[in-house]
Design a protein around this ligand. Structure first.
Ligand SMILES: Cc1cc2nc3c(=O)[nH]c(=O)nc-3n(C[C@H](O)[C@H](O)[C@H](O)COP(=O)(O)OP(=O)(O)OC[C@H]3O[C@@H](n4cnc5c(N)ncnc54)[C@H](O)[C@@H]3O)c2cc1C
Length: 465
């Protein structure tokens, strides 16, 4: 790696000993990720405690043009947080909640605060930070903002970038950008915090963020409904989207429920009969007089229209958690079944059923007996389109088909005016597809922004472009 020896020498001389390490045992856990798809290498890990530490480190790297890979909670699914020879900078110890404000309904979190701890801090002052992912005990606010994470509550609250007033970040020259603010209105030129959101660490290292908080609902009603087809799910979505109550609407097929109840301990099918598809949804209430009555009447209406085959309403918090666990453990439940080719796509909500039908037909024609498993955030038009290996192929043989299968799936997405990355980002995994499919003008603007903010390409240099 260019000049990394001199960089390492200067870091050792100028940065406190407790921040850097070259011990392979300390470094090892940071070099592979959740899916086991990427295994990286690095000459040194840095675990700074403050934004100023990061600024000092980046200044040294900038001087010698030494590349850095940034890592938060290491739950990213596109490989961007795993170094391939770059110096690794973990934000793990940048984990203070700097302030909370009930009046401004805001909170300043450092980048390494886990999403779960951010939610708890909001809850402690009687408010809600609504971002919610299955990885929330490990993923960090910096990672969430850099990937513009989605999760199950986008339907009501938006993606991570909609939950931010502004960020503090270290730029590629080591300067600290002071974008923390509680202002709900500020039209003083370009919104520079926004440029860093969803940039996957290519334009700056986020060190803290001022987050938007929301009133806590007084009651949440969670429902799991059995349905016939994804088209019925779409019609049900329109039927239960009443007022501003619907905050989650997830779909999964029978195969998903079967994997979960087979492979994940303590998971139970809440229905007595098998059904082809299921949706899980939440209504949040803060002012409704009789939420239970509202829910029963909405479900009765959906049943009369023939949209629901059967339904269960969670009676208490533990039942409610058990229903969501069925959805949230879907990714983990696919691990034991062998190799899986995964996609995180989005199409206009109205086209989700068409996408599932076309994609299933096309991949089964290409690879008969494979196991498509479309599931996810139907309310946002976001489907995790995963395909399990057929019994007649080894995992290796199946993964060799990935480029062809990706093209089949993404061609359908393009034809429906969708996107090849709904919430996981581009990282390393989808770079080639982005280069092939993105609007050339968009790619040109992205490259010019990157060159202008990071002329020597030292921040996450292998990500996105
Ligand atoms: C079980 C499971 C469920 C998941 N569910 C969802 C889901 O529902 N929705 C969803 O959107 N994602 C989901 N994810 C993906 C993942 O949790 C998110 O992408 C998350 O936002 C990543 O956060 P992280 O802190 O782990 O980031 P990392 O994995 O460490 O990094 C992700 C990217 O952000 C960059 N980065 C990290 N921190 C910073 C920083 N401070 N400044 C600049 N760049 C930075 C990294 O370089 C990398 O490119 C899931 C993952 C798992 C394992």
């Amino acid at each position: 790696m260019i000049n990394s020896d001199t960089t390492i020498r200067d870091i050792k001389a100028k940065i406190p000993d407790n921040i850097w390490s070259q011990d392979p045992d300390i470094i090892a856990p940071y070099l592979s990720e959740w899916r086991g798809r990427w295994h990286g290498k690095t000459p040194m890990i840095l675990r700074p405690r403050t934004a100023q530490d990061i600024a000092d480190i980046v200044k040294i790297c900038a001087q010698y043009k030494t590349p850095i890979t940034v890592q938060g909670g290491n739950t990213g699914l596109v490989g961007g947080q795993i170094p391939e020879g770059e110096i690794l900078l973990s934000t793990q110890y940048l984990n203070q909640i700097r302030s909370t404000s009930v009046n401004n309904m805001s909170m300043v979190c450092e980048a390494g605060v886990t999403l779960e701890n951010a939610q708890i801090a909001a809850d402690d002052i009687g408010l809600k930070f609504p971002l919610s992912l299955a990885s929330q005990d490990a993923c960090t606010i910096g990672g969430n903002l850099s990937t513009n994470a989605g999760g199950v509550h986008v339907l009501k609250y938006g993606t991570a970038k909609e939950l931010v007033f502004g960020v503090e970040a270290v730029l590629a020259n080591g300067e600290i950008f002071h974008g923390l603010t509680d202002l709900r209105k500020d039209n003083t030129g370009y919104n520079l915090s926004n440029i860093l959101l969803g940039a996957e660490g290519t334009l700056g290292i986020i060190t803290a963020a001022s987050l938007k908080l929301f009133p806590k609902p007084t009651e949440t009603i969670r429902v799991m409904a059995a349905i016939k087809t994804p088209q019925h799910a779409l019609e049900l979505l329109s039927c239960v989207r009443i007022g501003n109550h619907l905050s989650m609407f997830e779909i999964m097929p029978a195969l998903g429920l079967e994997y979960i109840t087979t492979h994940i301990p303590n998971m139970r099918d809440p229905f007595t009969e098998n059904h082809p598809w299921y949706v899980i949804f939440d209504w949040e209430f803060s002012d409704q007089k009789d939420p239970q009555n509202f829910a029963e009447s909405a479900l009765g209406n959906a049943m009369e229209k023939g949209l629901i085959l059967d339904a269960v309403i969670a009676a208490n918090e533990s039942q409610s958690n058990a229903l969501l666990a069925l959805r949230e453990n879907l990714s983990a439940a696919q691990k034991p079944i062998g190799a899986t080719i995964k996609h995180d796509i989005t199409v206009p909500v109205s086209d989700v059923a068409t996408f599932i039908q076309k994609a299933n037909a096309a991949v089964l024609k290409h690879t008969p007996d494979c196991h498509p498993l479309p599931f996810g955030h139907l309310g946002d038009g976001n489907i995790h389109y995963n395909i399990g290996q057929p019994e007649n192929l080894t995992g290796e043989q199946f993964m060799a088909l990935e480029p062809d299968i990706n093209d089949i799936v993404y061609d359908i997405v393009d034809a429906l005016c969708g996107s090849i990355s709904a919430e996981h980002g581009i990282g390393i995994l989808k770079k080639n597809q982005l280069a092939k499919r993105a609007d050339p003008a968009k790619l040109g603007m992205m490259k010019r922004i990157k060159t202008s903010l990071d002329p020597d390409g030292i921040l996450n240099p292998r990500n996105i472009l």
